[in-house]
Design a protein around this ligand. Structure first.
Ligand code: BV8
Ligand code: ZN
Length: 275
C-alpha cells in the first residue's frame, strides 16, 4: 500500500504511539547551511569520502584529514539550529510538549549528524543535553580524541590549532607537519576528530539497538538511508510491527514501504506535523 501523506492520520498515530525513535541525517541540517553528503554541493560531490572519512586516510595523511574536519567544524560553528532541530529538541526535552501530541510516548533521537546542532538546539531551550534522550551515533565534530592516551574532550576552538587557520581543502591542500597538527593537552599526542569513520563502530550501538527494537514508530528525517547500521533501523521497526514515517525532500531508499511519506523540507514538514 502506498504511504499516506495525510498529517491528520499521522497525528492520530502519534497519539497512540508508545516508543518513538527519530533517525536523522544531513537533510536535518541542510536549512542551517550545512552541505549534505550526496545532494548538490554535497561533501561527497566535492571530496572522495573514502580518502577522508576512514581511519586509513588519517593514518596516511592526518594533515589532509584535519583540513577536511577544520572546514566541517567551521561550517558547523557558523550554522544555527533550524525549526526542525528546535521541534525535535522541544519534544525530546519538554515532557509536556511531547505529551500534548503523544500522551503515552517516550521519544529518542538518534542522529547520524556530527555537526552538534541538535545539542545546541537543546541548550537554546535551556535543556541539559546530557539528560536528553539523544544519541550522536557518529560522534561530534567538536570532540577530539588523543591517538596516544585516548583522552577525549570537547574542543570548540576556532581554529583548533594555528596551522589550520585559513585552510580550505576545497581550494588547496597545505602540507602541515604532524607536530603542528592538534596535540593532546595531557600527553602531547596527535589528536583525531571525535567522529566515527567508515569501518569504525558507531557509538552506543547496543543501547541504540535496544531502543530501536522497542519502538512502535520511527520518524526517518533527512537521510538517504545509505549508511549502516542507521539505514537499517526503519526496517527493524517495520519488522516488529511498528510504523515508519519518512520526512525527506526527495524520494529516498525504501520509502515506498513506509506508512507515511512527507515530501518537502523537514524544517517545514516536521514542525507542521507536530504542532
Ligand atoms: C560499521 C561521520 C561495523 C564522519 C559518517 C566496507 C568497509 C567498511 C564498512 C563498510 C563497507 N561496506 C559497508 C560498510 C558499512 C558502512 C556503510 O554503511 N557504508 C555504506 C557507504 C554502504 N558503515 C560503516 O562503516 C559504519 N560502521 O558498519 O561498523 C559495525 C556494524 C554494526 C555493528 C557494529 C559494527 C560507520 C558509518 C559511519 C560513517 N561516518 N559520518 C563524517 O561525517 O565525516 S557517515 C555520514 O554519511 C553521515 O553521518 C551519514 O551517516 C552519512 C550520510 O548520509 P545522510 O545523512 O543520509 O546524508 P545524505 O547526503 O546521504 O542524504 C541527505 C538526505 O537529506 C537526502 O535524502 C536528501 O534528499 C535529504 N534532504 C536534503 N535537504 C533536506 C532533506 N530532507 C528534508 N529536508 C531538507 N531540507
Ligand atoms: Zn594524549
Amino acid at each position: 500500500m502506498a504511504p499516506s501523506s495525510d498529517f491528520e492520520t499521522f497525528r492520530a498515530t502519534l497519539q497512540s504511539s508508545k516508543q518513538i525513535i527519530v533517525v536523522s541525517g544531513a537533510g536535518l541540517s541542510a536549512a542551517s547551511g550545512i552541505p549534505t553528503f550526496r545532494g548538490a554541493g554535497g561533501f561527497w560531490r566535492t571530496f572522495d569520502v573514502m580518502t577522508l572519512a576512514v581511519p586509513e586516510a588519517f593514518e596516511e595523511n592526518p594533515s589532509r584529514v584535519w583540513q577536511f574536519y577544520h572546514m566541517r567544524r567551521e561550517k558547523a560553528r557558523q550554522a544555527l539550529p533550524n525549526a526542525a532541530h528546535m521541534a525535535l529538541a522541544t519534544l525530546v526535552a519538554i515532557p509536556e510538549r511531547l505529551a500534548a501530541i503523544a500522551p503515552e510516548a517516550t521519544i529518542t533521537h538518534i542522529t547520524q549528524n556530527v555537526d552538534g546542532l541538535n545539542i545546541r538546539a537543546l541548550q537554546m531551550i535551556g535543556a541539559d543535553p546530557s539528560e536528553a534522550l539523544i544519541y550522536q551515533m557518529h560522534g561530534n565534530v567538536f570532540d577530539v580524541i588523543c591517538t596516544v592516551c585516548d583522552h577525549k574532550t570537547a574542543n570548540h576552538d576556532s581554529p583548533i590549532c594555528a596551522s589550520l587557520e585559513g585552510t580550505d581543502l576545497a581550494e588547496s591542500e597545505r602540507q602541515i607537519p604532524i607536530e603542528e597538527l592538534p596535540r593532546c593537552t595531557e600527553c602531547g599526542g596527535l589528536l583525531r576528530p571525535g567522529v566515527v569513520w567508515f569501518g569504525e563502530t558507531p557509538h552506543d550501538m547496543d543501547e541504540i539497538q535496544e531502543v530501536v527494537d522497542e519502538a512502535d514508530l520511527a520518524l526517518i528525517v533527512g537521510t538517504s538511508s545509505t549508511v549502516y547500521p542507521a539505514a537499517g533501523y526503519a526496517n527493524d521497526v517495520e519488522h516488529n510491527g511498528g510504523k515508519v514515517a519518512v520526512f525527506n525532500l526527495d524520494r529516498s531508499r525504501d520509502d515506498e514501504y513506509a506508512d507515511f511519506l512527507f515530501l518537502g523540507p523537514c524544517e517545514k514538514t516536521l514542525p507542521h506535523a507536530f504542532f
